[in-house]
Design a protein around this ligand. Structure first.
Ligand code: MG
Length: 377
């Protein structure tokens, strides 16, 4: 393999996958125990010794991504591919930069070798494939021998790319550099660099590996004191009670414990990090909305909910008449069948603060799994 020590690899993994149509974002489809973005980075790293690897991720996922591989640089994505790329270039100190879209997830080492071999021949080295189908432009067939389909990764001179990206909006580096009047060289692309766009593509991409099947377990615990005259919301439902809970939000101590169990299983920290209680946005917040936001984040990051179990410790009010209603409400918020959402209520036998009727404590456990995208082939 040619040297790559004067090249920074940029991996674009900030997309929202809105067209993809599965709950998990493409970059978070698990390969064994690793998200796709990490697998791709490792495959590149194994193929060539890059000076640095820069991962562009969704701004609110960067801290989580860093936990998987602290040795890479992480950069927040922008509102477009080009904005993301501009952000990434702030971390590029080498004369060359290799940019790959996470959707081109199957690395062909022979293609990488070709890119490196042709380095120094132009400002941008671009893999391209011939058109194999007949091609029409508007209503007229054109000579398909003149058509080339452009892929990534593309190898660009960093300084030229920086200038090119200031000149307009482009769908890739080669068109930006071409528009600047700098030399672009097309080299033979690879069918392995096919882009993951729809779930149907998952079956075409032979490098993909099924996710591991192990469960991830998390626990959550929350306590709130009673406050007279406030409405009591517990487990997402209204409870008939002369007092509610002292809290910044609606004080739904059961949902808070559940959120912590879910975040715990995902390795995503705790409720206070996601919804700080000094943030006015969460004042009086409906905790079910917070739960739904957490569930959507967990699903987006390639994980799936399996079951949850709650134990509510309360001397008062009497909760047994509400357990089934809580189960139904929580199941709807979690997108789980009621059989996978268990709600238990118990007292603390008049001992401690719960026994003295000062407040309520809730313990929750949640199990997650890796989203099995193979079931969607
Ligand atoms: Mg709380």
């Amino acid at each position: 393999m040619e040297t790559a020590t004067d090249i920074t690899l940029v991996l674009l993994a900030a997309g929202s996958s809105t067209r993809f149509g599965l709950p998990a974002k493409k970059q978070w489809l698990y390969q064994g125990r690793e998200p796709l973005w990490l697998r791709v980075a490792e495959n590149f790293e194994a193929a060539a010794p890059f000076a640095r690897i820069v991962i562009v991720g969704a701004p609110d996922e960067l801290a989580y991504m860093r936990l998987f591989a602290p040795e890479y640089r992480y950069v927040p994505g922008g509102s477009s591919r080009q904005a993301s790329l501009r952000n990434a270039l702030t971390e590029v100190e080498t004369p060359w930069v290799l940019v790959n879209d996470i959707a081109r997830c199957c690395l062909d080492p022979a293609l990488l070798e070709r890119l490196l071999t042709h380095k120094n021949e132009a400002a941008c080295i671009v893999p391209a494939l011939p058109a194999v189908d007949t091609v029409y432009y508007r209503n007229t067939p054109v000579d398909r021998g003149e058509i080339r389909l452009i892929q990534t990764p593309q190898l660009s001179r960093s300084a030229v790319l920086r200038r090119a990206l200031e000149k307009g909006d482009f769908t890739d580096e080669s068109s930006a550099i071409h528009a600047l009047g700098e030399k672009v060289v097309l080299i033979e692309g690879s069918p392995r660099a096919h882009k993951l766009t729809t779930p149907e593509d998952l079956a075409r991409l032979e490098c993909l590996e099924a996710p591991a099947s192990e469960p991830l377990v998390g626990m959550g615990l929350d306590t709130h004191a009673f406050e007279a005259g406030k409405a009591m919301i517990l487990g997402g439902i209204s409870i008939d009670s002369p007092f509610g809970f002292k809290a910044h939000s609606d004080g739904d101590v059961a949902v808070h414990a559940l959120i912590d169990a879910l975040l715990g299983a995902a390795g995503m920290g705790d409720i206070g990090e996601h919804f700080p209680d000094n943030d006015p946005r969460w004042k009086g917040a409906d905790s079910m909305r917070l739960l739904e936001a957490v569930v959507s984040r967990i699903r987006g990051c390639g994980l799936t909910l399996r079951n949850v179990d709650l134990s509510i410790l309360a001397e008062t009010p009497r909760l047994s008449p509400y357990k089934e209603q809580m189960r139904t409400r929580l199941a709807a918020g979690l997108g789980l069948p009621a059989s996978r959402v268990n709600v238990k209520a118990t007292t603390s036998e008049k001992m401690g603060f719960v026994g003295r009727k000062e407040g309520i404590t809730v313990h929750a456990v949640a199990t997650l799994g890796y989203f099995n995208w193979k079931e969607h082939l």
